[in-house]
Design a protein around this ligand. Sequence first.
Ligand code: TYD
Ligand code: MG
Length: 494
Amino acid sequence: MSRVKSHYICQECGFKSSRYLGKCTECNSWNSLVEEIDFELKESNPLRTINEPKDIEASLLSDITLNETETRYTTGLKQTDEVFGGGIVSGSVILLAGDPGIGKSTMLTQIAHNLSYKNQVLYLSAEESKQQVCLRSKRLKLDSKNIFVDSQQNVLALEKLLNQHDVQFLIVDSIQSMYHPLINSAPGSVSQVRECASFLVTTAKTKGIATIIVGHVTKDGSIAGPRVLEHMVDVVLYFEGDKSRQLRILRSKKNRFGSTNEISILAMSENGLKEVDNPSSLFIGDRLAGKTSLRVPSGCAILSIAEGNKSFLVEVQSLSGISALTSPRRVANGFDVNRLQLILAVLEKRIGLPLARQDVYINVVGGFEFSDPGGDLGVSIAIATSHFDRSLDPFVVFIGEIGLTGEIRPVSLIEKRLKEAQSMGFKKAVVPKGNLPTQGKFNGLEIVGIEYLTEALHIAMPNLESNRTLQKQSSSDHTSSQFNIIDNSNVGNR
Ligand code: TYD
Ligand code: MG
């Protein structure tokens, strides 16, 4: 009997080895190599048939006629349609990736329901039973006649289902639970995920069925069956958020039919996901409506965030105090801790704030996470006001990226940011000078252009000099300590 050939594949990065290794030499993960049986390429293997190619002819690019009336289906969620690039394109394959429990099945149940008004949908719930899908649908108060449900895990059985039902949409929840009977490895392994996805892509393209594939994200942030899916599909969407909070963001990482700049902001309620039309009011609405104290406590600042093509305002809070530890703690909730370290270094070196021995905590209110560098200025103002125990004017918003010399660098989407600040009733916006050549009014919003961080600190804490000395060194000396705040009352011990 001939020996069955096999090899070992790392389930984290896809690295292939002919022998077992305890640690992957590619991604350094432990115990991630799994044995998989090699398939021989022969005609009897239905996965890879080797037939003589016939009638092959390339087309001239100029001769190709485009289907001008490309069919797009609306998901029933306005912002989500924009993320798709104007609705779901027929026959396209979409990967919806996210942490387990983030709300992927909830979102797809809602989308399936909205699509089923005019089309037939097959919801293949490989993870949950038909009853569970029905329960979720009842919980969401959705009642639809045109959704077929099945809990098959075998992709070949799925093909039979698609032959029986004439559907325009297929939802596969999730790819990690599907298996191809000709592959020996367990569902969720790299080979299974790759073959099942390849099968689904071929089926979607040949039958013209728009297919949404759910993919769970592993701990390190990549889609399980690492990145093998991303290049195979037309659209890659990431569903992000903190499970313990309401807020979710749907972001596109790849879109063959539209821009990847759009995002959709959703809130999880007991009746499913709802799009949030005005995220600023979700994050700072209570403060502006006077539901919380109008006097802003020290260490709180409002800053403007641009995500995709949208801009909104968030509140960031900071707390700093002398550390009891040998290496002080820097904790950033909703903000990149490395970025925080950079801002602290600039505050220390360029402004002269004695933060090296202090613990610094940053929290973005509302469970929001951002990486937009345009939020740097607001974060540094929050840290400085916490340090000096000063409160800010509640109607000032800070916009700007901080450079290592303490300069304020221009940001993207400045008009959108200012418009949002103005519509939320703010009176003043402190922005990078590079964004605005002249100072002026923006429909009632006073705009102050600044070049250096110290100018923002003067605006944020105008009375600081009364009990502390704010000493400005030669403005040409930007490379060394540019400005020094000499703190007479030893604020480091606060
Ligand atoms: P689910 O969609 O099953 O997550 P995923 O498919 O990404 O694993 O649901 C995730 C959570 O959402 C679940 O813990 C319960 C909660 N949930 C609500 O808060 N409201 C709802 O209406 C529904 C259906 C779920
Ligand atoms: Mg699910």
